[in-house]
Design a protein around this ligand. Structure first.
Ligand SMILES: [Mn+2]
Length: 355
């Protein structure tokens, strides 16, 4: 049988932001359920973090989730095993109080996995492991070392796994506890990655700037062939617009396609801004497409605050960078390098806006 895998869908994400629940709805409605319909898939395993906030949810998010996910699932006769993730549990040291059990108890098609168990899917055994905490740690390790299954799915924090680009998890479960499995699939970290026999599937949707540029997938697991197929979610929430009017004319700026920014978080990264009027036109056009949020990242604008002769010899970071590049012996490559450094620098300035 074919099973659809979801993980880290985080109902209520970004402080129950309504635009985010609309985005989640678009994923279910335009991408996920049409695929399940087309391939006649009737079962889902969710690898944890169904809800976003550990202690509460806003009624509008809950209602939207029922409309966007639970009702379409029920209408199709689809069932779901829902493994608890860390965001689904109220306390950090036990899974005893958890939102899926409390909020989805009246959903007959949803089976909440609160304890480790081996479940058989059409003759194929899969070990299902909810979030490991101090209370269930010993039992979970026993289970991992003895479960009668070759594949394991859960919500794991493994030491050495990739948390986000460039950052590795320094604590967590030793992955030698799961080495006897052929494959371990996990939710938790939203960036997809693979190490040893462990595969972090990555989230299906973009929730923060850390997800920018990261292709998001849900997965189909075939119990007959043990084949795992990623299916792309093409809908994004985070876009960057690199502004460089050296490469443009007023016409190309006026006639560019701004529709792709509609309803999204947009970062405008200024590489080169020679003509203020053109830049204003660019921003007007961008805003007319109704983006959700626009941040302009432009270090050049700080220059406007100076102009005072007293501080004339203080060099800003970009000037230092550009002077350095200027001194390099790389004929003909200085300009593209300088543009790249400016764009990276401006982007880095804004990185604390992560999350
Ligand atoms: Mn998560």
């Amino acid at each position: 049988m074919k099973i659809a895998l979801l993980n880290d869908t985080h109902c209520g994400v970004r402080g129950d932001m309504i635009e985010m629940s609309n985005y989640q709805g678009r994923f279910y409605n335009e991408v996920f359920f049409p695929y399940l319909d087309e391939h006649d898939i009737k079962h889902i395993i969710h690898l944890g973090d169904y809800f976003d906030r550990r202690k509460y949810i806003n009624f509008a998010s809950m209602k939207a989730n029922i409309k966007h996910f639970i009702e379409p699932m029920n209408e199709r006769g689809i069932t779901m095993d829902l493994i608890l993730g860390n965001h689904d549990t109220y306390y950090k040291n036990t899974n005893e109080v958890n939102s899926p059990e409390l909020l989805l108890y009246n959903q007959p098609n949803v089976n909440v996995i609160q304890e480790c168990e081996v479940k058989e899917y059409d003759g194929f055994n899969i070990a299902l492991v909810p979030w490991i905490n101090p209370e269930n740690y010993a039992d979970a390790v026993d289970f991992l070392l003895s479960a009668n299954a070759s594949w394991c799915m859960g919500h794991f924090e493994f030491e050495g796994a990739l948390m986000m680009p460039g950052m590795t998890c320094q604590h967590g479960l030793d992955h030698s506890y799961v080495k006897r499995f052929e494959k371990v699939l996990s939710g938790h970290f939203h960036q997809k990655s693979e190490f040893a026999n462990i595969r972090y599937l990555g989230s299906q949707m973009q929730f923060t700037w850390s997800d920018y540029g990261d292709n998001k997938y849900f997965h189909i697991f075939d119990t007959d062939t043990q084949e795992l197929s990623p299916i792309l979610n093409p809908i994004t929430m985070f876009e960057k617009a690199f502004y460089n009017d050296e490469k443009e004319t007023f016409e190309t700026i006026s006639n560019a396609d701004y529709e792709k920014y509609r309803g999204k978080f947009v970062k405008v990264i200024v590489v080169n801004k020679e003509n203020p009027y053109w830049f204003d036109t660019f921003l007007d056009k961008l805003h007319s497409s109704n983006p959700l949020h626009v941040a302009v990242v432009d270090d050049n604008k700080h220059m406007d605050f100076y102009g005072d002769d007293d501080i004339e010899d203080i060099e800003d970071t970009l000037t230092i960078l550009n002077n350095y590049i200027d001194g390099l012996e790389i004929q003909g490559k200085k300009k593209p390098l300088s543009d790249l450094m400016t764009s990276l620098y401006n982007e880095a300035l804004d990185e604390h806006n992560y999350l």
